[in-house]
Design a protein around this ligand. Structure first.
Ligand SMILES: [Zn+2]
Ligand SMILES: [Zn+2]
Length: 338
């Protein structure tokens, strides 16, 4: 890699500024793209991130971590290196990190998504010379349907379940997917209930406030009869059918993830009745759009099909190479535990 950012055993490092981007080992100073657990990890002396990400990190990593809040597009300097954070559209608070030094500009995308949702600041293209991009879905087979289409098919499926006296449970990652579902489905007038893990994170997400009148938590005392009319949203760790049915009676379980585009993926587990293609990452076209719009000539790929994607870019006019980082996709494993 270049001199401005380099890959070390602790993470992506900026030598002139002496700080790391989303490091996976404890370091002095870290700029964090978003609050997912593969990007915001334990043990940093100082965490620099957007205000929402800071609030979420306090929830997930503890009240006592040392943080600095930086708004989108605000610039800050370390040893003369200029940094700024720009919306990545992935989850609430998510950012791309722009680094500028002596006329050279790099962007680390973190995780990103092009199609806007109601709860995250929409992705903004940031011009740069070199780009480190995620490529969780970096194969041409991944092309997302419009999320409005998916939300309508969820609503239809919920009606069918109600007619059969079955309770609808939707599984989605507790940060990002859950709030997107909440905003999108409440706009269709569907009453919603959320698992306590999601309710807890919701408090830190101001963009969700217009929808909260539709959202109820469920507790031990919530009577069984009320569940049938609602859609229940749970994180993957709480999606066990046996446990759910003990509490709720017969359920239908739907899973929302980009991987549902892979034929047969949902059949890998008996835990899923229906898959919905809804991803918080860019699809193939989205990845290419982001790379083209940035104007970057040097592309480093990570977080997914890195080698294949870098190979394709190299054959199509870019200088590209994969980076061996330790980010993992929350969407990779159907039963991934947060
Ligand atoms: Zn993420
Ligand atoms: Zn990630």
């Amino acid at each position: 890699m270049g001199a401005l950012l380099e890959l070390t055993s602790k993470g992506i490092y900026c030598p002139p500024a002496d700080l790391y981007l989303d490091p996976w080992r404890p370091v002095e100073r870290a700029v964090i793209t978003h609050a997912h657990s593969d990007h915001a990890r334990w043990g940093m002396k100082q965490y620099i991130a957007t205000p929402i990400t800071v609030d979420l990190m306090h929830k997930r990593l503890g009240k006592n971590i040392q943080t600095q809040r930086i708004s989108y597009k605000e610039t800050f300097f370390h040893n003369g290196v200029q940094f700024s954070l720009h919306p990545a559209g992935h989850v609430p608070g998510s950012a791309q990190i722009r680094v500028e030094y002596k006329g050279e500009v790099w962007v680390f995308t973190g995780d990103f998504k092009i199609e806007p949702d109601a709860v995250s600041d929409p992705f903004e293209s940031v011009p740069c010379h070199s780009m480190i991009t995620e490529c969780t879905f970096g194969l041409p087979i991944y092309r997302w349907p419009k999320s409005s289409t998916i939300l309508h098919s969820i609503a239809q499926w919920h009606e069918q379940n109600k007619a059969q006296n079955l309770t609808t449970v939707l599984v989605g990652y507790s940060l990002g997917k859950a709030q997107r579902l909440l905003a999108g489905l409440s706009a269709l007038g569907i009453p919603l209930r959320v698992h306590s893990t999601i309710a807890d994170l919701n408090e830190s997400i101001p963009t969700l406030r217009p929808y909260t009148s539709f959202i109820r938590e469920w507790t031990k005392d919530t009577p069984n009869e009320v569940f049938k009319n609602d859609i229940l949203i749970v994180p993957p760790a709480a999606a066990d059918r046996t446990t759910l049915e003990k509490r709720l009676g017969p359920v239908k379980i739907g899973y929302c993830s980009g991987w549902m585009q892979l034929r047969g993926y949902k059949n890998r587990t008996t835990n899923i009745d229906k898959g919905f293609v809804l991803s918080d990452h860019a699809d193939w076209n989205g990845l290419l759009q982001a790379i083209k719009q940035s104007g970057a000539q040097n592309i480093y790929t990570t977080h997914g099909y890195s080698s294949t994607f870098a190979q394709w870019l190299s054959e199509n006019g870019w200088k590209a190479q994969p980076l061996q980082t330790e980010f993992i996709s929350a969407e990779t494993d159907v039963m991934v535990d947060e």
